[in-house]
Design a protein around this ligand. Structure first.
Ligand code: ASP
Length: 338
């Protein structure tokens, strides 16, 4: 019998209205079970690990990501796969972080949640949960169909480190602008196997040390030297530079000097685009040629979520800046197309 571990971290899926304030607060897994009697009809052995406390995902952090990875590592041999119930707000960050932490993953880890609590009549939670379980259970030639960290939401399965939450109201809350979806649920579950990572032959390796000392600099026309130098002159170890179009920035000398000053003080700078679709192409325009010559790292078509978590992950390992810069531009878990 298929065995799946449901890891309940929290999120809207299990929330109820607080009787005093009316605000949505996380609630225990029991009421999820009560609201989805269909779980008993699935022919799987479902075990549940509930976080304590249960979280709104805005309170997620690298320590909790590491705890999640540790639960998966500890129970890895006991289950066919894992469904992680998680708030949608930071689900793409957790999915990205998990994808980096879990090297050589050969079992599905599917994150899901919902926009409406499971107790609401029009909830999207039931479908999300039930189909996430079916995806985890799906095998091909005895191996997991999707040996990846993914997000399942509103009939679509995304590679976790390619997904972004783009809508806070629609049931269709996620998109994957630079990568094909991995599966789609209609009358049938259709898997797009050409886009799914192959099953690894090596053993799972879990690496969960992070260095979160990162600054983010989002450019806009008219940005001042004070705003830029607030980040470039700070004590962060790395800067994510959110640039225009295919990786372009102003060529103003004060701006280039501020970046150079940060590089001289051994900070890593990664260029990703403010456009959600498409890729950074350093050197395509004059306004990015200099960045390339200075040694700024290209984030190619990575999401912001994947960039930040990948940097934290690589900076948490015992690697030199040159090694980190090299690996940032490589696809480690299918998070970028170079
Ligand atoms: N605030 C909630 C959370 O991320 C939203 C959700 O679950 O959709 O935990």
């Amino acid at each position: 019998m298929t065995k799946i571990l449901i890891i309940y971290t929290g999120g809207t899926i299990g929330m109820v209205n607080d009787s005093l304030t009316g605000a949505l607060i996380p609630f225990d897994f029991k009421q999820i079970r009560q609201n989805v009697p269909e779980l008993a009809r699935l022919n799987y052995q479902l075990d549940v690990h509930s976080f304590d406390p249960i979280l709104d995902s805005s309170n997620m952090d690298p320590v909790i990501w590491a705890e999640l990875a540790a639960i998966i590592e500890r129970t890895y041999n006991d289950y066919d796969g894992f469904v992680v119930l998680h708030g949608s707000d930071t689900m793409a960050y957790t999915a990205s972080a998990l994808s980096f932490m879990l090297k050589n993953l050969s079992k599905p880890v599917v994150l899901t949640g919902s926009q409406l609590p499971i107790g609401e009549i029009r909830t999207d939670a039931k479908e999300n949960l039930i189909t996430a379980l079916e995806i985890v259970a799906t095998k091909k030639d005895g191996l997991a169909m999707v040996p990846e960290v993914c997000i399942y939401f509103d009939y679509q399965l995304f590679r976790g480190n390619r997904a972004i939450k783009y809508n806070s109201e629609k049931f269709e809350a996620f998109q994957s602008p630079n990568y094909h979806i991995l599966a789609e649920a209609g009358v049938n579950l259709s898997f797009y196997s050409n886009y799914i990572n192959p099953n690894p032959s090596d053993e799972l390796q879990v690496q969960s040390r992070f260095n979160a000392n990162i600054g983010v600099l989002k450019l806009y026309p008219g940005i001042t030297p004070q705003a830029v130098q607030g980040i470039t002159g700070s004590s962060v170890d790395a800067i994510v530079l959110e640039t225009f179009g295919s990786g372009n920035t102003t060529t103003a000398q004060w701006f280039i000097d501020s970046l150079q000053d940060a590089l001289d003080r051994e900070k890593l700078i990664v260029d990703i685009s403010q456009c959600q679709g498409g890729s950074v192409e350093l050197g395509k325009y004059e306004t990015s040629k200099q960045l390339q010559q200075m040694g700024i790292i290209s984030g190619f078509d990575m999401t912001f979520e994947a960039t930040v978590t990948k940097l934290m992950y690589l900076m948490g390992q015992d690697l030199s800046n040159t090694q980190i810069a090299f690996l940032m531009e490589q696809s480690l878990r299918g998070e970028l197309t170079a």
